[in-house]
Design a protein around this ligand. Sequence first.
Ligand SMILES: [Zn+2]
Length: 111
Amino acid sequence: MRTRTASIRGRNLSTMRTCIACRTPAQKNSLIRIVRTVQGELDIDNNGKLPGRGAYLCENVSCWENGFIPVSLQESLHLVNPPSKTEFNLLTKKARDIILESLAKKKGQTK
Ligand SMILES: [Zn+2]
């Protein structure tokens, strides 16, 4: 059960971010934020509230499957090491759920 409200859909055109894979600029809330938490772990920031340095990836699954992403993440987030395959797979899995959910939502409100 997800209880995300519609409030995150506020449109603020000034918040453009760039996907670290395809370099396509998009609105912040249409990208998925990967955050380096204060504990130094990587996590997906589902509602844009987690503190820490963030990097953005679009909802394009092919961007997530881009083999350079762990290295791009390392650069963007100033990590000592790129995330391990296991770590990154976990992130990808989480992201995929979010992407699917977001797609389902879009389908439900075609305007
Ligand atoms: Zn992308």
